[in-house]
Design a protein around this ligand. Structure first.
Ligand code: SF4
Ligand code: FE
Length: 482
């Protein structure tokens, strides 16, 4: 297992092509736009060595029996699924941000089981390749970006009917050494500071779109790959320290648009190639694993928001007011509700044909849909308690200004026992965690709410519910309408 420091050094050895603000970055590792996200991912490496957390963040490989980082592990019990959620909450409590590594973790688990099932139907050998790949990841402790989301163009049209055929990643060539793919992956969490990209289709496909049914792994610095780093709200604040709020770890995971311009993939890293009838299964498995996460991940982030809000109330001298205590209790209730969802879908997990474990997909989707509501409500309550300074506070540069600094200092005072700078730092942390990019991530990360509703309806077994109601209404004994 690598340490955080070894992980950071390993990134320097890559030839990753990264663009931001219209420029190619020579040294993305130390660049202020990207470094906080690297620090957050490094926590997933360091905590595996920390005696307090190793039971959660390290695991035992089912392939070698060796100790590995859990982010490279294939779940083999409900205990593994539950530990994953607890691990995410613990890392979120440390970073207050997104540490990005879960997407690839969910990708390898989804593909591990789906490759087995493709082989059962078609006699292919994808599962053995996938096992080799997992073994490689476990031995090298590489960070994998889960690359599912395509740019999608006109959402009313399937991939092959798009005006531009590259709106979804597709195979443009096959030869005896491998395949060549073209397209792009959007909103790629943590990709610039990963080692590998695990490419997967983003929607269910039919035969006409066979060439879009491709799953494979490539290094992030493979020839033909380039990454364009996305802007975040207030990202120029990354050039100041205090105004960032969370200078070490950032607000969320750094997202990028990854362009794949005729990228060669050797056969040993191809895990699906034309089996379009399995694309939907892969998307559903991946999405359910990723939606399982959010009650742990956002539960931990909410713990910090609740702490920062309570600290603000204390600094404002209102912590004991009964309406403040009621609101804080409500915030805790909302955070623990999403956590309950993550634990529930994990504890109701079941074994798949290949022996790995899958969450309860209905409960996983319910968890993520609750996150899209509860995080906004937690943020709303935090803004209510913290006050308007959250939106109007002058900058670090004003505070340090030789002439006007004294006014910022004088009029930013809360209770006398708290230094002004402490109050201002806490305001910035709260602003960083409850506004802009971080909120949008709660809404659209792991799929937009409509994607969860579609799966909830599909998994909700409505005919059975209707049947139970009809039986009680005494329509007839079998439950059918008279
Ligand atoms: Fe992991 Fe997603 Fe949470 Fe980031 S937002 S920490 S990738 S679950
Ligand atoms: Fe996310």
């Amino acid at each position: 297992m690598m340490t955080g420091e070894q992980y950071v050094e390993s990134l320097r050895k890559l030839k990753t092509v990264v663009y931001a603000f219209g420029e190619r970055l020579d040294n993305f590792v130390d660049h202020p736009l990207i470094r906080p996200h690297i620090n957050a991912a490094a926590a997933t490496y360091d905590m595996a060595h920390d005696p307090e957390f190793e039971d959660l963040v390290a695991a035992t490989s089912h392939l070698t029996g060796e100790k590995i980082n859990r982010f490279t592990h294939i779940h083999h019990s409900t205990d593994d699924l539950i530990k994953k959620v607890k691990m995410l909450r613990a890392i979120s409590q440390r970073t207050g941000s997104c540490y990005q590594r879960c997407v690839g973790f969910d990708g390898i688990n989804a593909l591990y089981s789906v490759t087995y099932e493709i082989d059962q139907k078609y006699g292919t050998t994808y599962h053995a390749r996938m096992k080799d790949y997992v073994l490689y990841l476990q031995k090298t402790d590489k960070m994998v970006a889960g690359s599912m989301t395509d740019p999608k163009g006109d959402r009313s049209l399937p991939p092959g009917k798009q005006a531009d055929p590259d709106m979804y990643v597709h195979i443009i060539e096959k030869n005896d050494r491998g395949i060549v793919i073209r397209g792009a992956k959007a909103h790629q969490t943590g990709v610039v500071n990963s080692h590998e990209m695990l490419i997967m289709p983003t929607i269910a496909l039919d035969e006409a779109d066979k060439d879009y049914a491709v799953a494979c792994a490539i290094p992030v610095d493979a020839p033909g790959v380039l990454h364009i780093f996305g802007r975040q709200t207030n990202d120029t604040r990354k050039f100041d320290e205090m105004d960032q709020g969370n200078a070490c770890y950032g607000a969320v995971g750094g997202e990028a648009l990854s362009v794949l311009e005729d990228v060669f993939v050797p056969w040993e890293r191809v895990f699906m190639c034309g089996e379009y009838d399995f694309a939907g299964m892969l998307v559903e498995r991946f999405a359910s694993y990723h939606r399982q996460n959010y009650g742990g991940c956002k539960g931990g982030v909410s713990d910090i928001v609740i702490g920062a809000t309570t600290a603000m109330a204390e600094m404002n001298g209102v912590a004991k007011a009964s309406h403040i205590r009621d609101k804080v209790a409500e915030m805790i209730h909302l955070a623990e509700t999403i956590y309950c969802g993550s634990l529930a879908c994990s504890s109701q997990g079941r074994a798949l044909p290949c022996g790995s474990y899958f969450v309860d997909p209905l409960l996983a989707n319910v968890t993520k849909l609750n996150v899209t509501r509860n995080i906004y409500e937690i943020s709303r309550l935090s803004h209510d308690i913290a006050g308007g300074l959250l939106a109007t506070m002058p900058s670090e540069q004003d505070l340090k200004h030789p002439e006007i600094g004294k006014y910022v200092e004088k009029y930013s005072k809360g209770i006398t026992s708290v230094p002004v700078i402490d109050r201002l730092r806490m305001v910035r942390l709260l602003e960083n965690m409850t506004g802009g990019t971080a909120l949008v991530e709660s809404m659209h990360g792991a799929g937009s709410p409509q994607a969860q509703r579609v799966m909830i309806l599909r998994q909700g077994n409505l005919p059975h519910k209707v049947k139970m109601a009809k039986r009680l209404a005494n329509l007839d004994k079998s439950g059918n309408e008279r």
